[in-house]
Design a protein around this ligand. Structure first.
Ligand code: SF4
Length: 363
């Protein structure tokens, strides 16, 4: 993305809240989160999954609390993980209170399935435990009175539900919350967040719900989340995929990286390859991606099959590879042609260069 367009992303001014030690909203970085899919009562598996999400860069992790056993397990989980935990609550307000007492950093409630008077009890518990909340409005479980009014879970229905709940929380002197208005289609999701952005300054948890499988869901999420982020809307994101939650974190960071809104790990700029390629671009990039996946520091590497686009992309990369010579490729360092390397050695060589570059940065 060009610098001029990047500069046009003005983040919506939002109130800053805390999810444990992680700030959400205001000038805080846009955080990436996911949710475990292990049985919460299976404490060891849940802890292991939380930590695998953290290893991939998760800033916040959500855990379902469908029953009392889960809220009890939550206490042990919270004590042993290195990231703030959001307790996901549906139907039973008591689970929210138990989760707050078990050390959840935030309570995600779905007002569509918890009545207003019960929500007041949850607010009181959040206040007592000094934790935040997320009001999670979902098109699939919208308040029945609002649904009857609009006949369908359209953006106006989602926004009205959100405003009603914001009012309820504010009337109870509680403003330590973020909000989400998710639908499973791109247009309703975008429209709902846009409308709500004009009506309040609470931070937004942005995502598309029930997005689908890895490929389809990643594309739908990228379009909707990316569209909103490009307009400055969104303080924390969750990509919902019918896939390993670790993939959600990876896709979340790719969305942020592609908008220059957050950087984590090596960003590989690569061409699709064609008959002009002087080395096997696809295989090379696949290997590089794997070999560089442990790196957390931001760095751009361009891997381009020939001189058509290689030198130009290398200008914007810290390390660049351009195919072209007889069995050799040109290595660019900070945009400048530096030396040649035999094609079979590209992967090992680039991995070495990246590691060296990062070591020199850290010295
Ligand atoms: S950069 Fe060269 S090899 Fe890559 S797609 Fe373009 S023309 Fe083909």
């Amino acid at each position: 993305m060009s610098e001029s367009l990047t500069n046009k992303i003005n983040r919506r001014k939002t109130k800053k809240i805390n999810v444990g030690n992680v700030e959400v909203g205001g000038d805080a970085k846009i955080t990436v989160q996911s949710m475990t899919n292990t049985l919460t009562t299976d404490i060891d598996s849940t802890i292991a999954q939380v930590e695998s999400l953290v290893a991939e860069g998760a800033d916040i992790v959500r855990i379902s609390c469908p029953d009392e056993g889960s809220t009890q397990a939550l206490k042990k989980i919270v004590d042993q993980v290195s990231v703030p935990i959001v307790a996901d609550i549906h139907f039973h307000y008591k689970r929210a209170i138990e989760a707050a007492e078990s050390g959840a950093a935030c309570l995600r409630i779905n007002p569509g399935n918890i009545g207003p008077h019960k929500i007041i009890e949850i607010i009181n518990s959040a206040k007592q435990n000094n934790i935040s909340m997320r009001v999670g409005i979902n098109a699939g479980s919208i308040d029945t009175t609002i649904l009857e009014k609009y006949n369908e879970p359209c953006s106006d229905a989602l926004v009205e539900s959100a405003i009603k709940n914001i009012q309820l929380l504010e009337d109870n002197n509680f403003d330590n919350f973020k909000i989400s208005v998710k639908a499973s289609d791109v247009f309703t999701t975008i429209e709902s967040y846009e409308k709500l952005a004009n009506l309040c300054n609470y931070p937004f948890h942005v995502g598309l719900t029930e997005a689908g499988t890895y490929l389809a869901g990643s594309i739908k999420s990228s379009i909707s989340i990316g569209n909103l982020l490009a307009k400055g809307i969104g303080d924390t994101i969750r990509v919902s995929l019918t896939a390993d939650p670790v993939e959600e974190i990876k896709v979340g960071y790719e969305i942020l990286k592609s908008l220059d809104l957050g950087s984590r790990g090596v960003r590989i700029v690569s061409c699709p390859s064609c008959a002009r390629q002087a080395f096997p671009v696809i295989e090379t990039v696949k290997l590089l991606e794997k070999r560089l996946s442990h790196i957390k520091e931001p760095l751009t590497v361009s891997v381009i099959g020939c001189v058509v686009n290689g030198p130009g992309e290398a200008l914007k990369s810290e390390i660049g590879v351009t195919g072209g010579g007889k069995g050799n490729s040109m290595i660019y360092l900070s945009g400048v042609a530096d030396h040649k390397i035999a094609n079979p050695e590209i992967v090992d060589h680039v991995v070495n260069l990246v590691e060296k570059k990062l070591n020199s940065k850290n010295d």
